[in-house]
Design a binder for this molecule. Structure first.
Ligand SMILES: [Zn+2]
Length: 308
């Protein structure tokens, strides 16, 4: 309760800022609260960029989570959002347990930071409409998903999509994700750009270039731990430098500021959208490792193509 007035003022500020901000927008989100997030925070600060860190209290999947002092340190410079109490996938839980994970993750962070935590991110990107309702009921003002290939903040602040993950994915991963995550029409342009490039870094630069050319939103997300595992900090440093050279300081926003624009900035009608027949053909030839059942894949490809 004690955070409600401050939070209302902040939400209003975000909305006003959202209405005023035009052109290319950049936001970044970092998940899981790994201690390497401190390195990520340094890199964002070095380039004057903004972002949001989604932090669980514990990570039941194993990796370390920052100490209370480290979370507070990042919270002084960046927005902190919640990622449940134990980083557990909500869809596999009874409602009571899911509610506990959502509310306790929020409360513990708020006690630690001394202010309201507005943002939530669904662990593993897995959630159902029950979980969306629980997140709303627990007092969050927005929630981020891992739906990619989007160049806007979506139409629902509780299912905010992203553009791309900073990760050396293979092309087939984008196809699989495109087919399974829905919103096919609005994600087709993003798929077109992603499939044009085989090398993952080239693909990320091309997607940023697409956002820049059409003056839309570019929302990057990452796990700091992946940067350690793939030894990709230097590449991220260079990419952040590139972003900072092209995005105006007022357009480097937090996830909360981006979510305040949900539904306000429709995606730019793009010329690079793949024709439905090509999307279908790509899906039909997708490596079998992504689908044990070829018949099911054909059915999905058919469904995607008829909805485009
Ligand atoms: Zn996570």
């Amino acid at each position: 309760m004690r955070y409600i007035v401050a939070s209302r003022v902040r939400r209003q500020e975000n909305r006003i800022r959202g209405e005023m901000t035009m052109g290319l927008l950049f936001s970044c989100s970092i998940d899981d609260g790994h201690p390497s997030d401190l390195k990520m925070a340094e890199l964002l600060s070095k380039h004057g960029l903004n972002g949001t860190f989604f932090v669980p209290i514990n990570n039941s999947e194993g990796p370390d989570v920052m100490s209370r002092a480290q979370i507070r340190d990042i919270g002084r410079r960046f927005e902190i959002g919640s990622h449940t109490h134990d980083h557990r996938r909500l869809m596999q839980m009874e409602s009571r347990d899911a509610h506990y994970q959502i509310i306790e993750g929020k409360k513990r962070l708020e006690d630690l930071l001394g202010h309201e935590v507005e943002g939530f991110c669904y662990p593993g990107g897995k959630y159902g409409q029950r979980d969306v309702a629980l997140v709303k009921a627990c007092g969050f003002s927005y929630a981020r998903t891992v739906t990619n290939l989007c160049f806007d903040s979506g139409s629902n602040p509780f299912e905010m999509p992203t553009t791309v993950q900073f990760y050396p994915h293979r092309r087939a991963v984008y196809l699989r994700n495109y087919a399974s995550a829905g919103h096919w029409l609005k994600r087709r342009a993003g798929l077109g750009v992603a499939l044009r490039h085989g090398y993952w870094l080239k693909r990320i630069y091309a997607m940023f270039e697409h956002a820049r050319r059409h003056e839309t939103t570019f929302h990057l997300w990452a796990h700091s731990r992946d940067l350690d595992l793939h030894d990709a900090w230097h590449e991220l440093d260079r990419f952040f430098g590139h972003v900072a050279a092209h995005v105006a300081p007022a357009s480097r926003v937090t996830n909360a500021q981006l979510a305040a624009q949900s539904g306000m900035r429709p995606p730019h009608p793009s010329t690079v959208a793949l024709p439905a027949t090509m999307v279908k053909a790509q899906l039909m030839t997708m490596p079998l490792e992504w689908s044990a059942d070829r018949a099911m894949l054909f059915q999905l490809a058919e469904q995607v193509a008829t909805h485009l």
